[in-house]
Design a protein around this ligand. Structure first.
Ligand SMILES: *Cc1c(COP(=O)(O)O)cnc(C)c1O
Length: 429
């Protein structure tokens, strides 16, 4: 397999782009080699600039849930393009998408659209502070909530991949109201409430995908919600990754928990830049122009991006691929575990719906500390063998793999062949 054109573009890219990427998760720092440049995508597959084809398990880190260039999304966006790109005034598409979103999440009467997951979380946290009049926010180690200053501590994902404890350039003052707890450990939340009386709420990935996939154990989320209610604090569900992916109504629908504030991104725009935050009326009425919490955006609710979201979610609802996702993920899990056993490689697989990934470790992975026991050198070998056998994975042990509804039985067979070769390579390390 040749990567000549990717290598050329990488060198060119280094001149005017930082590390030739526009998001550090796309760099190949932790797996070695140069990042691949992608030319096009179709259905379950993407093709790089050297003409190599891959089954895509990155899917733009989640948004492309229907696979690439779905016909109906293309049609919806093309239609919107004919009417204009942005007006700085309201359009009907915003109302249509808002209704789809509010219908999907029972705890959401109103929604505000923004342009990214990061923006959704910045605003969701501000809203929790505005509504409660309190400043402190608890987050869990290993959960990623976008790149805003106050939440860039113990933030998993890209930081964990680059072995960074936090980000430079974040002033101490910006994180002084951030408290860290341990995922799946309610006691670690209670300790903070015993020490502080100004906690506005807890932000959580209801199914974590940013330290690799980590699943809430037993009744963790339900008990967390009950506890917060008893303390008058809010539960902020960061469903940027899980919204419309775990289930149409997100992880909340699946786990039977209703958050006070929900943040969305990724799938909601189907590949176009859309984020959103929403809550019941009483909370959303804090937001300007109804209330005193200011949040704005020149391109927010952009009609083209709204059209991408409307067509993606409409088709997703029609397809209802969630049972199929479970079956496919279970099949891939079996392939991974049986192949690992065949070659004597220690492996744990975590999965939830269409999110999954293996950890090269023993035992179980239920929090960030356990995720970090994974052997990232083994992952790097595995990653490159998968690439060379036609499967595109995130270049990091700490990112989830995603499934699209376009994946076929033939794709899964191809994945099985690649996993066999990759696990053999790992066993020879
Ligand atoms: C991706 C992600 C974000 C950030 O979204 P961007 O669109 O990258 O800004 C926030 N929270 C979670 C849980 C995410 O997975």
């Amino acid at each position: 397999m040749k990567f000549k054109r990717s290598e050329e573009l990488y060198k060119e890219g280094l001149v005017h782009l930082v590390g030739a990427v526009n998001s550090p998760v796309r760099a190949f720092t932790s797996v070695g080699g140069n990042p691949l440049f992608i030319k096009k995508g179709h259905g379950s597959k993407i093709t790089d600039v050297d003409g190599n084809e891959y089954i895509d398990l990155v899917l733009s880190y989640g948004p492309m849930i229907l696979g690439h260039r779905h016909r109906k999304v293309r049609r919806g966006v093309a239609k919107a393009l004919r009417s204009g790109y942005s007006f700085g005034a309201s359009t009907e598409n915003e109302i249509i998408l808002a209704k789809i979103v509010c219908d999907a999440f029972p705890g959401m009467d109103k929604v505000r659209f923004v342009n990214s997951g990061t923006e959704a979380v910045i605003s969701g946290v501000r809203l929790a502070r505005s509504f409660t009049g309190k400043d402190k926010i608890i987050k869990f180690a290993g959960c990623y909530h976008g790149h805003q200053d106050s939440l860039l501590v113990a933030a998993g994902s890209g930081l964990a991949t680059l072995s960074l404890p936090g980000s430079k350039g974040v002033p101490e003052g910006a994180v002084k109201n951030t408290l860290i707890a341990t995922y799946n450990d309610l006691e670690s939340v209670k300790v903070h409430f015993e020490e502080h009386d100004d906690i506005a709420g807890v932000i959580i990935e209801p199914i974590c995908g940013n330290m690799g996939v980590v699943i809430p154990q037993n009744k963790f989320l339900v008990e967390l919600k009950e506890y917060l209610k008893s303390k008058g604090a809010l539960l902020i569900a960061d469903e940027v990754m899980t919204g419309f992916r775990s289930k149409f109504g997100g992880a909340q629908e699946l786990l039977g928990v209703e958050a006070d504030i929900t943040c969305l991104g990724k799938v909601i725009g189907g590949g176009f830049p859309v984020g959103a935050y929403g809550a019941r009326n009483e909370i959303m009425e804090e937001v300007a122009p109804l209330g005193g919490m200011y949040q704005a955006g020149t391109l927010s609710g952009n009609p083209i991006a709204m059209a991408g979201g409307i067509s993606t979610l409409t088709e997703l609802k029609r397809q209802n691929p969630y049972d199929q996702f479970n079956d496919t993920a279970a099949t891939i899990e079996t392939i991974l575990l049986e192949t690992a056993k065949k070659y004597n490689v220690d492996l744990v697989v975590n999965r939830f719906g269409s999110m999954m990934n293996p950890f090269f470790t023993k035992g179980k992975v239920t929090n960030f500390e356990e995720a970090q026991t994974s052997d990232i050198k083994k992952f790097a070998i595995f990653f490159w063998a998968m690439i060379k056998n036609g499967v595109f994975l995130p270049p990091s042990q700490f990112e989830a793999w995603f499934l699209s509804s376009a994946i076929s039985k033939r794709d899964i067979k191809k994945i099985a062949v690649a996993v066999d070769k990759a696990m053999l390579a790992v066993s020879k390390m």
